[in-house]
Ligand binder design. Structure first.
Ligand SMILES: Cc1cc2nc3c(=O)[nH]c(=O)nc-3n(C[C@H](O)[C@H](O)[C@H](O)COP(=O)(O)OP(=O)(O)OC[C@H]3O[C@@H](n4cnc5c(N)ncnc54)[C@H](O)[C@@H]3O)c2cc1C
Length: 312
């Protein structure tokens, strides 16, 4: 089949890859390249954050985790496996496993930071967007055609896959999709173990996370509802708060390299379905804070929907 993918962030590129692997002829159209998409700003560690619905997110995430672990073994895709601690506070004896943990080895442990708070510990693949996104693009026969799309149904092909992230607010007239601001602080590695990742959500308004990269640390964060027509802006007070939390946890971080912001394409439920009015269109957007975490699982389901569209 001939398939047009609209969007070249992590979702569009992953979907294009699966469709090419399955023998389809793919075109990719995107207003901007992956390097300027929200995908370029992400942490991007495997963790099903700010996305729904839970049962489908857990399944897409588990599938993606396996794929990312396979990529970690080949090295040049920019994927490494880190040990992640999700700090929870005391949960009492034998707490139920987190909702996303089906089939994933997760244990109770003390996080190796000041105070040794209790946490869920698990292995998590982590992508470096600056390596992984170009790697994905290099796996494709298709090249990205740069232009904005105004009307999905006007695009050629047996099927069109809408992977426009937040762009779908306009393109699919979807008001359930809303920007959720994320802000990260990038520092040198200092003395922090580069295989250690942390999330601390004990104070819901003071989300903190640490994601190690090969040459730097990503410290976060926040998830702030943001006006749809406003560009994202960093808040210096938030930067200070994030750095103070890192110090309070005893993390020996390196010097400040910069501050980054991005808008997560948040929707109560990821939209992964065939368009009810135009069966040639398959939507694959609204991955919130977990686009890297779910990309492969969602891409495979999108490919099945595309192939289903061709069935009599
Ligand atoms: C600070 C921060 C930290 C994050 N950390 C993580 C993490 O640790 N793990 C994780 O899994 N996720 C994380 N995320 C979330 C992740 O970044 C997103 O879920 C993911 O990048 C969404 O990818 P996407 O391809 O759907 O959208 P995007 O990356 O926004 O790509 C959309 C594409 O569509 C194109 N487009 C849009 N509209 C049009 C149009 N009309 N015509 C043509 N092209 C169009 C754009 O140009 C772009 O190419 C984080 C996000 C932020 C902001």
């Amino acid at each position: 089949m001939q398939v047009t993918i609209v969007g070249a962030g992590v979702i569009g590129l992953s979907t294009a890859l699966v469709l090419e692997e399955r023998g389809h002829e793919v075109r990719i159209v995107a207003a901007a390249g992956a390097d300027t998409s929200v995908s370029a700003v992400a942490g991007a560690v495997w963790f099903p954050y700010r996305s729904g619905p839970p049962d489908r997110v857990a399944a897409w995430s588990a599938r993606t985790r396996t794929w990312l672990e396979e990529l970690a073994a080949i090295g040049d895709a920019g994927i490494d496996v880190v040990t992640d601690y999700e700090i929870t506070g005391e949960l009492g004896p034998e707490p139920p496993l987190p909702w996303w943990a089906a089939g994933i080895p997760v244990t109770r442990a003390r996080a190796p930071v000041a105070g040794e708070p209790p946490a869920w510990r698990f292995l998590a693949p982590r992508a470096e967007p600056a390596i992984f996104l170009p790697w994905l693009a290099r796996q494709l026969r298709a090249r990205v055609e740069r232009r904005p799309v105004r009307e999905l149904a006007a695009e050629p092909g047996d099927a069109i896959v809408n992977c426009t992230g937040l762009g779908a607010r306009e393109l699919a007239a979807d008001r359930e999709l809303a920007p959720l601001l994320g802000q990260t602080v990038i520092t040198g590695c200092g003395g922090v173990d580069r295989k250690l990742a942390l999330t601390d959500e004990r104070e819901p308004d003071e989300l903190f996370y640490l994601i190690p990269r090969r040459d730097e640390l990503v410290l976060g964060g926040c998830a702030v509802p943001w006006p749809p027509d406003e560009p994202p802006r960093a808040d210096p007070a938030r930067t200070e708060r994030i750095l103070a939390q890192a110090r309070a946890l005893g993390l020996d971080i390196g010097p400040l390299h910069g501050v980054r912001v991005g808008l997560r394409p948040y929707r109560p439920s990821v939209r992964l379905e065939r368009d009810p009015a135009e069966p040639r269109i398959v939507h694959n957007y609204g991955h919130g804070g977990a686009g890297f975490t779910m990309c492969r699982g969602c891409a495979e389901e999108a490919a099945e929907l595309v192939e289903g569209a061709a069935a009599p």
